[in-house]
Design a protein around this ligand. Structure first.
Ligand SMILES: [Zn+2]
Length: 177
């Protein structure tokens, strides 16, 4: 391989360090300098790549910290929603249970079969006489020609109760899912 000579001035300290290095490696000072220059150049070349790498790592770290923050935020939001849903559900269940309790103590009609007094709960929710188990409905126990005021009111809320029960059921299922 054809070689070219490069001359440069160096401080006495640098010159003696080059000689030390050459002696350690058992090569000539010229060979030691050539090797060091080569290593140095390679290092300078790679420096740019290392800077780029550092920068992209930094960006990646930054993006990750933002994403983690977002995950934390969404997690907190989800928990808040779950807590709120739980509270609403308990409230709905409480009022639903209250409504059922109210229907249980409201005497509504008399069983056409066994003459047992039927509560609103028997007629609207169970749709069965609690004593003889005959199927009953508002239509079968109420006189359609002369519906009493209570029956009229109850007829108006029967649809509402069905929807209400549906909502409570849907929420219960979603909450336990
Ligand atoms: Zn009965």
């Amino acid at each position: 391989m054809k070689q070219k000579a490069i001359y440069f001035r160096a401080s006495p300290e640098l010159a003696s360090r080059v000689k030390e290095q050459a002696a350690k490696k058992g090569v000539s000072a010229s060979a030691a300098v050539a090797e060091l220059v080569e290593v140095g150049l390679e290092f300078v070349d790679k420096q740019g790549t290392i800077e780029d790498l550092k920068k992209s790592l930094e960006q990646e770290r930054h993006a990750r910290s933002i994403a983690e923050g977002e995950v934390q935020r969404l997690r907190r939001e989800k928990q808040q929603i779950q807590e709120e849903t739980g509270r609403n559900l308990r409230m709905l269940q409480d009022s639903y249970n209250g409504l059922l309790g109210h229907l249980r103590v409201t005497d509504l009609a008399v069983c056409p079969s066994c003459r047992q007094i039927l509560s609103a709960y028997d007629v609207i929710i169970q749709r069965r006489c609690s004593q003889c188990s005959i199927a009953v409905s508002l239509g079968s126990v109420a006189d359609p020609q002369r519906p009493g005021p209570l029956i009229r009111d109850l007829l108006a809320v029967v649809g509402g109760i069905a929807v209400f029960a549906g909502i409570v059921n849907a929420l219960s299922n979603r909450d336990s899912a």
